[in-house]
Design a protein around this ligand. Structure first.
Ligand SMILES: Cc1cc2nc3c(=O)[nH]c(=O)nc-3n(C[C@H](O)[C@H](O)[C@H](O)COP(=O)(O)O)c2cc1C
Length: 362
């Protein structure tokens, strides 16, 4: 099993949901980079369910622990190790799942491929908890990117049938971040954030779950980042984003809507902004030919409804091959989307750092 992403800057995830810890080894960060531990912790807190009434009731403080690779808040240039301990582990509810797979979760294919030896308690290595390492890795490169003038933000665009209005390219990343942080759901549009929160609470009461869309923006990229052919910006980001558990779709710019457009409508005309040549609209989502155009990178990620729901479902006993009614126990998010927001944002940050490094921009 290889859980490594990236070329010039690489992350390797380790641990599992109910093992001693979950974390990451990050390679390729130069020596001498200042890392503010409380800023990395703040990013982990955005992902954590603690104190969020609409999230899973698994309560873990997710306190960041540094291993090798950093001293007095400064990177040493070697592999950097960071993790959090799993302290709220309850294996009991998962014991029956060893034989009866949850519909919609990784249990069935993982059990067939890896047999009895794989630890699927809490979802094992397929758990959303593995994304702790992604958040740490993205938070580590944040100051490195901001020195190069690059910043990223992700936010909720849709939960179920509640869709927020478009966020224009003219609204800066910092402003979107501030708006999101003042709402219960990280969506910049307050009425939508309230409606989304109401919907999630209602769905939880029904013992069901709901999916949605996370939108992300990366600004400050130079023109030309990306490596043709197979490491185009789109391919690299899509590879990473599809690795996030529960992600079922990724689109850049106009995305699937481009299929219904005319060229005259979809093409972004060029003009001068000050002295600089720029596309004047952004249907391309900031990428042409796999290279950045200098406009903000824009993409959306579709996240499915949480598979572990409280309602009774149809499954099968893998040992007896008899149909079985299953009631999933354990603690689960009725909607993963809000907690997926920092994961999408940090994965994008990390991969952009890698691509900028590969292209000699960083
Ligand atoms: C932050 C985060 C939290 C998640 N929490 C849960 C959860 O509480 N219950 C659950 O069934 N799935 C949860 N998931 C999704 C599962 O891990 C995922 O659906 C499962 O591994 C199967 O993978 P797939 O959906 O990509 O096919 C979470 C995913 C993320 C990103």
């Amino acid at each position: 099993m290889r859980m490594t992403l990236g070329e010039s800057v690489r992350m390797t995830l380790f641990g599992s949901s109910h093992g001693p810890e979950v974390g990451v080894v990050v390679e390729g960060i130069p020596a001498g980079l200042k890392v503010n531990a409380s800023e990395v912790q703040a990013e982990l807190d955005r992902r954590s369910p603690v104190g969020k009434s609409l999230a899973t009731r698994r309560q873990e403080p997710d306190r960041l622990v540094w291993g090798d690779g950093i001293r007095d808040g400064v990177t040493l240039g070697g592999p950097l190790v960071a993790y959090v301990q799993n302290v709220d582990v309850r294996r009991g509810p998962y014991e029956s799942l060893e034989d009866v797979p949850r519909p919609g979760h990784a249990d069935f294919p993982a059990r067939v491929r890896y047999g009895r030896s794989v630890d699927l308690s809490g979802g094992g290595i397929f758990s959303g908890r593995m994304t702790v390492g992604i958040v740490i890795a993205g938070a580590l490169v944040k100051s490195w990117l901001s020195r190069a003038g690059v910043d990223a933000v992700a936010y909720v665009h849709r939960i179920g049938d509640v869709e927020a209005p478009e966020v224009g390219d003219d609204i800066p990343v910092e402003r979107i971040r501030n708006l999101c942080s003042s709402h219960k759901i990280p969506c910049p549009h307050e009425p939508s954030a309230l409606a989304m929160a109401r919907l999630i609470a209602e769905i939880r009461r029904e013992g069901d779950s709901v999916g949605g869309i996370v939108e992300a923006r990366v600004e400050g990229l130079p023109v030309g980042a990306g490596e043709p052919f197979f490491d185009s910006l789109e391919s690299v980001l899509a590879h990473g984003l599809f690795s996030i558990p529960a992600v079922k779709g990724v689109e850049f710019g106009a995305g699937f809507a481009a299929a219904r457009m005319r060229g005259s409508e979809h093409n972004d005309p060029y003009g001068l902004v000050g002295e600089t040549v720029r596309p004047l609209s952004n249907h391309a989502g900031g990428i042409l030919g796999g290279l950045s155009t200098g406009l903000p990178l824009r993409f959306r990620v579709a996240i499915k409804p949480t598979s572990s729901i409280a309602r009774e479902q149809q499954s099968i006993s893998l040992s007896t091959k008899k149909p079985t009614r299953l009631v999933v126990k354990g603690r689960h998010d009725p909607c993963i989307v809000p907690r997926g927001v920092p994961v999408v944002e940090h994965l994008a940050r990390f991969l952009i750092a890698d691509m900028l490094r590969q292209g000699g921009f960083l």
